[in-house]
Design a protein around this ligand. Structure first.
Ligand SMILES: [Zn+2]
Ligand SMILES: [Zn+2]
Length: 80
């Protein structure tokens, strides 16, 4: 058995609605992708925090185009 993020693996769709305008936010993907890109500029504490969250959850960044607002959502990994 393996723990996987259902969103990263296309097993399910997660509809995240913007709390301001109610429109469906765009899934920008798991936040670790962003960290890989920017981690040299981040304080060490922040990266280790995300690593810790990584074991059971995959943190996705959702973005609302209308409000230019983004939100991090913890997606629970499932066993396959
Ligand atoms: Zn994911
Ligand atoms: Zn919005």
């Amino acid at each position: 058995m393996e723990l996987v993020c259902p969103l990263c693996n296309g097993l399910t769709k997660y509809l995240c609605r913007c709390h301001k305008c109610e429109s469906v936010m765009i899934d920008k993907g798991p936040i670790t992708d962003f960290l890989d890109e920017y981690s040299p500029y981040l304080p060490i504490g922040l990266t280790s925090m995300v690593d810790g969250a990584n074991s059971n959850f995959c943190v996705h960044l959702f973005y609302c185009e209308k409000c230019d607002h983004d939100k991090r959502v913890k997606i629970e990994r499932i066993k396959i």
